[in-house]
Design a protein around this ligand. Structure first.
Ligand SMILES: C[S@@+](CC[C@H](N)C(=O)[O-])C[C@H]1O[C@@H](n2cnc3c(N)ncnc32)[C@H](O)[C@@H]1O
Length: 223
């Protein structure tokens, strides 16, 4: 599907992006950024386009986006394997219980990358963390060395999102799509957008005005 499918969420985005440039100078984070109906709409458009066999979500939280997206995948592409990663034990336990009878739903516990790969605020927050690490890297190495991953939704934390993106990029399929949540609220998407801008020859990306948080949609050129 062409990008015109997304025009309804591209309007006025330039004006709102001005705020993000200020955020590059410091760590502002003024909206925790719940996933909105428009976020789901753009993710569903991408799912219909990509027809994924695999979908990774980084940041399960209370399982709101996992539930929406997994239900949609079950309806449209029931063979798609859905993976969701979470560092917080309670969230992990809850989602594990909820989907324990679903063989295509995979909940994983732990920090996505290593603490050394993160930046602030994540780095400082992880000072006393001693749970599992490198969950994303382990998953990618184990499941996606050959067949590649089709879709990824980054909704973890400011300071770990860029490390996750760099990792995912090595395993994404040719026509795969990565979403990163929280850009217009100066959240985790800021570090990813800066990186995309520095290496613009490698990506095709859009910032979509899906609500207070907004979302970046990324495709990969020359794969
Ligand atoms: C914004 S919430 C996710 C919200 C969720 N997508 C939803 O719609 O309900 C972010 C979640 O990511 C988890 N998280 C943050 N950084 C992480 C990391 N580096 N690896 C794994 N989980 C992480 C947090 O514990 C938190 O539950």
């Amino acid at each position: 599907m062409s990008t015109s499918a997304y025009l309804f969420v591209k309007k006025k985005v330039k004006k709102r992006l001005k705020k993000y440039y200020r955020a590059l100078r410091g760590d502002h984070f003024d909206n925790a950024g719940a996933v909105t109906a428009l976020d789901y709409q753009v993710i569903q458009i991408a799912i219909d386009e990509v027809k994924p066999s695999s979908y990774i979500e980084i940041g399960t939280g209370k399982g709101v986006s996992a539930t929406h997206v997994y239900n949609y995948l079950q309806e449209k592409f029931p063979a798609c394997h859905f993976y969701t990663l979470e560092i917080f034990q309670e969230h992990y336990d809850n989602i594990l219980l909820k989907y324990k009878n679903h063989p295509t739903f995979h909940a994983l516990l732990g920090l996505s990358v290593t603490r050394e790969e993160t930046t602030n605020p994540a780095y400082d927050e992880l000072e006393k963390y001693n749970g599992p690490v490198d969950t994303l890297r382990d998953l990618l190495k184990r499941e996606f060395s050959e067949k590649k991953v089709d879709m990824v939704f980054i909704d973890s934390r400011k300071g770990s999102a860029l490390a996750e993106f760099k990792l995912v990029e090595q395993y994404i399929s040719k026509d795969g799509i990565v979403f990163c949540h929280d850009i217009l609220n100066r959240g985790k998407g800021v570090e990813v957008l800066s990186y995309l801008q520095e290496h613009r020859e490698r990506y095709y990306y859009d910032v979509l005005d899906t609500g207070p948080a907004g979302i970046i949609r990324i495709r990969f050129l020359n794969k």
